[in-house]
Design a protein around this ligand. Structure first.
Ligand code: SF4
Ligand code: SF4
Ligand code: SF4
Length: 258
């Protein structure tokens, strides 16, 4: 039986998620005994436009990327959003907080007219996505487990409980008791709470759980000394896409009223 053909594509991203895949040295040989990688710019020069499974890294930040995404969707039987830029918009959405013309000028100066741009968005705002692999960057073990699910045609369900659960299981001392703040209560787990484990705040690089208690989160951040503007900045690092920011605005309004 022919092996499924797998292609990797990058849109607006740092390519760190593809790098994580290419760093799976110990597993790559086993992997290629099950799949044919036909397109992966970071590790090979050959490329093919015929593939069954497409891994898409990066968010959509330009109108010209829409037809390219649509073409991939038409070709692939399965589309996987790879990493925070693709799944939730990621740090590219930071630009959505500014006038886009100003952003272009800041980045490209007098060459700005060569680089049209629009509001950064996750790829499921443009095409249908079958599987999501969260994280900035993705976790290699989770990537391998997702590949297994895709090959078996099985569901792959990202964790839908907060980072706090993994953090408490590791018996980390909560950052809130150390005068810091953290988005762990609303952030989607799966990373093993790696940031709080090393003393850094979780900034929800995996997005939020499906029913985040945002009013409570905003109120807690506020109680711990953050102004609403600072809370918005903190949540904006990874949750900058409109969908999240609208929810956060509503939560902020609710917290202001209470
Ligand atoms: S999710 Fe993070 S590591 Fe992956 S491409 Fe985007 S910025 Fe880079
Ligand atoms: S440090 Fe963050 S993730 Fe850990 S328990 Fe406290 S709030 Fe939750
Ligand atoms: S702790 Fe939060 S920011 Fe850090 S990797 Fe996990 S989800 Fe991402």
């Amino acid at each position: 039986m022919a092996k499924p053909r797998v292609a990797f594509f990058d849109f607006s991203s740092c390519e760190g998620c593809q790098l994580t895949v290419s760093n799976c040295e110990d597993e790559l040989l086993a992997l290629v005994s099950h799949i044919d990688i036909v397109n992966f710019r970071e590790i090979m020069t050959e490329r093919s436009d015929e593939y069954d499974i497409a891994f898409i890294e990066g968010s959509c930040t330009r109108e010209s990327e829409i037809p390219r995404l649509q073409k991939i969707r038409e070709t692939a039987k399965v589309v996987v959003a790879l990493g925070a830029c693709a799944t939730i918009g990621g740090i590219n959405c930071l630009k959505n907080f500014h006038e886009l013309e100003w952003v272009r000028q800041e980045v490209y100066g007098d060459k700005a007219h060569y680089f049209p741009t629009f509001e950064a968005r996750p790829i499921d705002q443009v095409i249908k996505v079958d599987y999501y692999l969260h994280g900035c960057p993705i976790d290699r073990t989770e990537f391998l487990s997702l590949v297994k699910s895709v090959l078996m045609g099985a569901a792959f369900r990202p964790a839908d409980y907060p980072v706090c659960v993994q953090c408490r299981m590791k018996e980390n001392v909560c950052l809130y008791t150390q005068g810091k703040v953290c988005l762990g209560p609303i952030a989607r787990a799966g990373c093993g709470a790696i940031c709080p484990e090393f003393g850094d705040s979780c900034e929800a690089c995996r997005g939020t759980v499906s029913s985040p208690n945002l009013p409570y989160m905003i109120a807690v951040l506020h109680e711990h000394g953050l102004s609403y503007e600072e809370a918005r900045k903190m949540t904006g690092m990874f949750l900058g896409y409109r969908k999240f920011q609208d929810q956060i605005q509503q939560a902020e309004n609710a917290s202001l009223v209470d």
